[in-house]
Design a protein around this ligand. Sequence first.
Ligand SMILES: [Zn+2]
Length: 213
Amino acid sequence: MKYGPETYLICSDCGGELIHRPLVAVDARFATLWSDGYVDSPTVPEQPLVARCGHCQMAVWLPELAVNPDGGGDACEYQPLTLAETQSLLDHHVSQPSDYQLHLRVKLWHQANHRYRNDSGPGVDWTEAERANMEALLAILDMHQVQERLMATELLRQLGQYESASALLDRQFEGMALDVVGLLRQQLDQRHQRVFRCQLDQGADTCRAADNR
Ligand SMILES: [Zn+2]
């Protein structure tokens, strides 16, 4: 893992500076890719797209912030959003489909799956809010995009809608998508609902590619 030089982002709300350390190289050998697209790695910290300003505590989308090339004076760290803050931010983006809404709903979905990642029990028990989020996420996915179609398949499988999930796989796939389709089919055949680890033949580089989708 290697960080590039620190940059100083300007908060769009308060104008305070936030320290940003871009990752320029990572070692993904120990990364685990999950069926919901989440990647966890002991050596690669998550690089968030949205975070809380350390000055004013408002949520800010980091890639959209201007950079102060002469900054550093009063710069502080940004903080990860809590679950409640993510939900609250989502409330501002629900009126129409957008990449913001998509990102926040995927984050909430990953969060809901976290409690099943280290638990080998059989079933799932979604809260009403978790189920509503998964259904709303399904509604904004673009079925013409391979990755979003696979995400929709996984959502339907986790919701127990196995026939609808299988129907989405009824077309041509290639490359890494084909590997994922094979894994999804196995889980669908067994009527499994839980998130699962993806063991892909193409190795760690492929996992990184999946991380960036
Ligand atoms: Zn701020």
